[in-house]
Design a protein around this ligand. Structure first.
Ligand SMILES: *Cc1c(COP(=O)(O)O)cnc(C)c1O
Length: 373
């Protein structure tokens, strides 16, 4: 059997071990050390805009910390893009708060600005102003950053930018991860760069960063006496893991180029099939094309192609099942326009790793072409 073609698998650049060895040689085998601050600085420099970065154990932990920093608690509602991975929404529940889901728009597949505004107005009318908005750059395609930011400002609701899938993406040359009042990144195994598992909280002030680090290292008021006046978490990134991150930062731009080239090649080869649609970048948008997604004409084609590729040892995945369709969130208020359901029914993510070669992509393309023969 030929080796499997994965959706998105880890891709080391070659320098990761040097940073890990350095951690061993200096015995920084701990959730602090030079690689942690080094990785944070690398990210800061990469994001260009003046931000503060706290490296943590996962993107989910970063989202949880963001909600804590915004003082989201049990009586609160938090608006969340419905079309996303469940990790965007789960931390709302960790805080005892309630998610309110908002559907997507066609232009970016992300949270619909008009529907977001309607939702805020309706929640206020029903007696509660939402405490925060979680917007997601799905598959690396930025949401409408300007519009969402303005809505947040207008209603005085902070925006948490879930940039877990969008490191390397930008709008008008401004990098994703710098648009929210707070933002998060993920370095999970399948993301554009990986540390095996890890994440980062991106803050606008050093005070926020220090608070996040404090909370993620067990909230010790005084290190010596172990005095605690609030609940802490063990969320800090380890110095070993951060070493992988430092190595990955050296190859991030290369990963973005490779993934964008995957998209370009798929599109060139499959665009002539009328039953297949791609998501274009709106003017000024730059997607890292974390995953190349196609929309089929109908659900039956999508499912047939998924099964066909699977039987050829090729991994694909339907687009994220919207949160308003998840059993665990069945009682959450949702503002739905049909877009995310339609994308879920007809959409398929194709193998998109930066470590795929042309022959891998050709295998996928040929099978799809034969299907529509
Ligand atoms: C991966 C992901 C997360 C969670 O990140 P982890 O590092 O896996 O905890 C959150 N949101 C989105 C949209 C993701 O894709």
């Amino acid at each position: 059997m030929k080796s499997k073609i994965w959706l998105s698998s880890p891709h080391m650049g070659g320098h990761e071990m040097e940073f890990i060895k350095d951690a061993f040689n200096t015995n920084w085998i701990a959730p602090l050390g030079p690689n942690v601050s080094g990785f944070e600085n690398d990210l800061k420099n990469y994001l260009i805009k003046k931000v503060e970065v706290a490296a943590v154990s996962s993107g989910t932990a970063a989202l949880h910390l963001a909600l804590i920093l915004l003082q989201v608690g049990p009586e609160d509602e938090v608006i969340c893009q419905s079309k996303t991975f469940s990790a965007s929404a789960n931390p709302i529940v960790y805080q005892g708060a309630s998610p309110v889901f908002v559907d997507s728009e066609r232009k970016t597949w992300n949270i619909c600005p008009e529907l977001l505004e309607t939702t805020i107005q309706d929640r206020i009318k029903k007696g509660k102003k939402p405490k925060a908005i979680i917007a997601v750059h799905l598959y690396g395609m930025p949401y409408q950053t300007e519009k969402i930011k303005n809505i947040g400002k207008q209603y005085n609701i902070p925006v948490i930018e879930d940039s877990a899938e969008a490191l390397g993406s930008a709008v008008n040359k401004e990098k994703c991860g710098t648009f929210g009042d707070l933002a998060i990144l993920s370095f999970n195994g399948n993301k554009i760069i990986t540390t095996s598992g890890g994440g980062a909280l991106i803050c606008n002030t050093i005070t926020q960063k220090e608070k996040a680090v404090f909370l993620s290292t067990q909230a010790k008021d005084q290190d010596v006496a172990y005095v605690h006046s609030q609940i802490g978490y063990n969320y800090r990134m380890s110095n070993i893991i951060a070493g992988i991150g430092r190595g990955q930062m050296l190859t991030l731009d290369n990963h973005v180029t490779k993934r964008r080239n995957n998209y370009k090649y798929y599109k060139e080869q499959l665009n002539t099939i009328p039953q297949i649609e791609f998501l274009n970048e709106p003017e000024g948008y730059f997607s890292n094309r974390w995953l190349t997604c196609i929309l089929l004409e109908n659900q039956a084609d999508k499912e047939a192609i998924r099964i066909l590729l699977d039987s050829n040892n090729i991994e694909t995945r339907p687009l994220w099942k919207p949160m308003h369709q998840q059993p665990v969130f069945k009682n959450a208020p949702s503002y739905i326009n049909g877009v995310s359901d339609d994308l879920f029914n007809r959409g398929l993510c194709l193998p998109s790793g930066s470590n795929l070669d042309k022959s891998d992509l050709d295998k996928v393309i040929t099978l799809i072409q034969q299907y529509f023969g």
